[in-house]
Structures are given as C-alpha cells and as structure tokens.
Design a protein around this ligand. Structure first.
Ligand code: CTP
Ligand code: MN
Ligand code: MN
Length: 510
C-alpha cells in the first residue's frame, strides 16, 4: 500500500520544449526559438494564411510551411478543436506531445504584443489535460495528442479535474439530480453518463458537429446541448432550478442524515425551510439528523485540502496509538486531487492485522477521540465480510468491511481566524470523516473502490461484468469463466486483470 500521497505539491515547471532532431538550426532573425508555429490553411484560406505567416516571421517568430514533428503551436481559424484533431489524424505526422492547438486570436495577440503571449483556455481549441497535479514521482506524463475515440466506459477514459465543458456538465448534473429526486433512474443515469463523458473530452463543444461520435449522448441530452449552444442556457435547467420540489429536496438533502424518503415526507407535509423543520415539535429526528442540524453550517461549507491534511494527522495519530504499523491512506475525492470535499475518507489496513485487532481498532479509536472531546457523532458499522463470498452483482452495492461514519471536531490552527457568521469564540469546525478498515490482502480492491468517483466505480463494475465476465466490488475480483478469485497487491494489478490501461487516481474524476 502506498503512503499518503501529496497531490497538491505546486505545479511542475514545464520541461523545455524538445526540438525535432531533423531540423537545421533556425535562421538568425528568429527571436523566439522555443516556439515553432504552423498555421492551418483549412477554413482560413491561402491568402490570409500567407499574410499571417509573413507577419509572424517579421515579428521574429519561426513559422513552418509544412507540419512536422518539431511544430509546437498549431494556429487555426474558424475551426473547432475536433476539426483540428480530425485534420491532424490524417496528416501522418507524429506531432510533439506538448503540441498546442490554438485559435488565431492567440497569434493576433502575439502580433500586437510583439512577443509570444501566454496561452490560456480562451485560445486553446484542444485543452491539454492538466497533469501538473501529478503526485507520482518520475517524468511528467503527457499523452500524445491523438483523437482516440472515447469509450462508453469511464474506466477507459482519463478524466482529470480540467473540465472544458462545464457549461454542459453543470446543466446535466442539475437535470440528473432532479430525476433522482423524482426517482426516474433511467433519465438520471443518462444525464450522469453524459456529464461524465463530456468531462473527459479534450476540447470544448462549440457546435453540434463536435458531438458526433461521442458515446452516451442520447437525443434528450443532445437537445439540451443544442439549446445551450444556441441560447447560452437550457430552459429545462432553468425550470428545474426554479421548481419548488427541486429546491426543497436540494435543501433538505443538504442535511446530514436526510435522504429522499425524509425529504419527500417533509415536502408533502408542506415544509419548505429548514428553520420550520428544526423548530417543529411534532417531528422525530434520527441521531444522524440531529447531528446534521446541530453542525449544519460547518458541514455544508466544504472541507478544504488543509483541513483534510489536519484530519489526516488526527486519524494517523489515533490509529498508530493502537496499531503502529498500520497504513492510513486518504481515499475519495482528495486522493483524486480535488481541492475540496464534503468529507474526508480514509482506508486503514496493516499486514499485522488479526481478526481481533480488526474488531477492536475502530472502537478504540472512537474511544480515544471521545476522551479527547473530539467526537461529535459516530456510527460504527461492524464487519459482515465473508471472504468466500463472490463479489456483488449490483453496481452500487455497499461493502462489508468494518467502518465508521464520523463527525469530528477539528480545532483551527490559528485561534484568531474566525470567519464571518461563525459562532462567537468557536475555534473549531465540524468535519465529516469516513474510516474503513480492510484485511491486508484486500487493500488494493478496497483502495480502488473507495477512491471513486462514483461514476468511475460504476463503470468499472459494468465493464468487468459485460466485457470480461468478471465480478468486481470493494473486496475482490472474480473470474466467472475460470471460476477463480484474482488476487491483487496493487490497483495496477486489478486494471491488468481486467485488461484495462492503468488510470491514475487524478484521472478518475468521471
Ligand atoms: N463508497 C463506498 N461505500 C460507501 C460509501 C462510499 O464504496 N458506503 C465509495 C464511493 O463509491 C466513492 C468513494 O467511496 O467512490 C468516496 O465516496 P464519497 O466520500 O461519498 O465521495 P467523494 O468522491 O469522496 O466526493 P466528496 O468530495 O463529495 O466526498
Ligand atoms: Mn469523500
Ligand atoms: Mn465518504
């Protein structure tokens, strides 16, 4: 098991661009030797291209007549990202992995400035996936710029947090949530899948042509895309955001311990605000909901990376007090490189773990926090794990490991850092924490299962079932053809068993 990784070390310095070996040294009037430009004639026309090439050369830029492997910047006009990628694919030139595909607006800004200006998302027709948060050692990975057909499975796509189709994915997620609230699972899944696939797209969708060949885009999804492209917004999304039921469910489910059933009940009873619910004397609340209301403000404000780090120290300190050689790994969104989360998830295991320590560890940890006054809420779930049982067939099945859902009191590092709205003199914040404990030989499966995202996990299981006749869950991988359990010491081995390319945690933000 890896130690806790640090996905937030600052951005790496870019390596200097490598020039193609085949190219002779540039002529002396070139001022900016790190850049090699190629201007695409397609849809720009030869006259304008010749004009721009001439202008750029006069300003000291190196501009190639032909596309070659030394080109670092392709400039296009009236083309979408997919247009350029399509064109590139038939050129039979192996382009640099650092290749930038830019709109002509970038070149024009350079001409105005008399020097290269920084390329931003506004210029980039193809957004290079951001590997700057790559926490793994070794050389920085940059995949070749190729138009690979996107798979319908999230586990065959690389989905970083660099989403260049947010206008669409945000809209889809609102619609999916509304369908979830209305228990229309089919439509909910359709919009979740569509959002997930667009998050992996390396370019922003600019026209309906860009959606051709992308999987998981049903007609009703395409209608929403079309409307957003035309009007800048979707009338359906707007209606949902203004819908009383949606607004109420959104509000009610924001309370820890409140799900669809409770929301439905409160909505039917005519409740529309939390304050009315809170102060109603006829309603009965679960222990979880009571904690949810008590720490509401803290729990709705997201957990930051710094807070997750501080919680990580607390968890390690407590676990190591009873099991000094335990591995404590952050999982969930923070392991995927997210900067904020709704909770902090941890996986705990140890090569020395026995059935007895397994039963006692979490109660001991809870007891320690209780004595220290750090425990605000806990729900301890005992193990129901059976190592002979085959993995679950359900995509959303819960696992059987011992676990604990907690709310911890995290004291602020600095006492004076009270933010507005904070209770007078309150020097702590309530934080949701999930702890899972697993047998050492199951750590790879548990780590893969608890790293998420949910959509990524669902598609891994769907892929295993439908493409490989295998069954995967948080405990094990079972090959139904060979009728054996496949062992794994690492996540890489599980991907290999499934015949999948390895996808790093920060590429699982599907
Ligand atoms: N998970 C699970 N069993 C549960 C709860 C969660 O296997 N009982 C898995 C989910 O599949 C998910 C991961 O644990 O992939 C993390 O869950 P969660 O904390 O809900 O989501 P995050 O991705 O961490 O997002 P957030 O930042 O909102 O916490
Ligand atoms: Mn989480
Ligand atoms: Mn969680």
């Amino acid at each position: 098991m890896e130690a806790l990784r640090m996905p937030h070390s600052g951005p790496r310095k870019k390596r200097p661009r490598q020039m193609g070996a085949s190219v002779a040294s540039p002529p002396p009037d070139i001022k900016f030797r790190d850049l090699v430009l190629f201007i695409l004639e397609k849809k720009m026309g030869s006259t304008r291209r010749a004009f721009l090439m001439e202008l750029a050369r006069r300003k000291g830029f190196r501009v190639e007549n032909e596309l070659s492997d030394c080109v670092t910047h392709i400039v296009a006009e009236n083309n979408s990202g997919s247009d350029v990628l399509e064109w590139l694919q038939v050129q039979n030139v192996s382009t640099s992995s650092q290749l930038e595909v830019l709109d002509v607006s970038w070149l024009i800004e350079c001409m105005r400035a008399g020097e290269p200006v920084e390329t931003t998302g506004q210029h980039q027709l193809v957004v290079r996936k951001d590997y700057s948060s790559d926490p793994s050692p070794g050389p920085q990975k940059t995949p070749p710029l190729a138009v690979e057909k996107l798979s319908q499975y999230a586990c065959q796509r690389r989905t970083t947090l660099n989403n260049c189709n947010r206008v669409f994915t945000d809209a889809f997620e609102v619609l999916a949530e509304n369908y979830e609230f209305r228990e229309n699972e089919v439509s909910c899944v359709a919009f979740l899948r569509a959002a997930s696939v667009l998050k992996a797209l390396p370019f922003p969708i600019l026209s309906m042509r860009d959606t051709e060949g992308i999987p998981c885009l049903e007609d009703k999804v395409k209608c929403v895309i079309e409307e957003i492209l035309e009007d800048g917004e979707s009338s359906e999304v707007k209606a949902v955001l203004n819908d009383e039921r949606y607004q109420s469910f959104k509000l009610f489910t924001s309370v820890f311990g409140v799900g669809l059933k409770t929301s439905e009940k409160w909505f039917r009873m005519g409740f529309r605000t939390l304050s009315k619910i809170r102060s109603d004397e006829t309603l009965k609340f679960t222990r979880m909901q009571k904690a949810g209301f008590l720490y509401y403000e803290d729990l709705v404000s997201c957990v930051t990376w710094e807070e997750a780090e501080a919680v990580s120290m607390l968890v390690k300190e407590a676990v190591w007090a009873f099991l000094p050689d335990a591995f404590v790994t952050i999982t969930g969104g923070f392991r995927r490189g997210k900067k904020i989360g709704h909770d902090v998830d941890f996986l705990i295991t140890s090569p020395e773990i026995t059935e007895e320590t397994e039963q006692q560890l979490l109660p001991k940890v809870i007891n320690l926090w209780e004595r220290k006054g750090l425990l605000l809420y806990y729900d301890l779930v005992e193990s129901t794990f059976d190592k002979l049982k085959q993995p679950s067939r359900k995509v959303d099945a819960l696992d059987h490991f011992p676990k604990c859902f907690l709310i911890l009191k995290l004291h602020h590092q600095r006492v004076d850092s009270s933010s507005p709205g904070q209770q007078e003199g309150k020097n702590w914040k309530a934080i949701r924490v999930d702890l899972v404990l697993c047998p050492y030989e199951r750590r790879a499966f548990a780590l893969l299962g608890w790293t998420g995202s949910r959509q990524f996990e669902r598609d891994l299981r769907r892929f295993a079932t439908h493409e490989r006749k295998m069954m995967l869950d948080n405990h094990a991988l079972y090959d139904r053809t060979k009728r054996i359990f496949l062992q794994a010491e690492s996540e890489e081995e599980i991907f290999a068993h499934l015949g999948l390319e390895y996808i790093d945690p920060w590429e699982r933000n599907a």
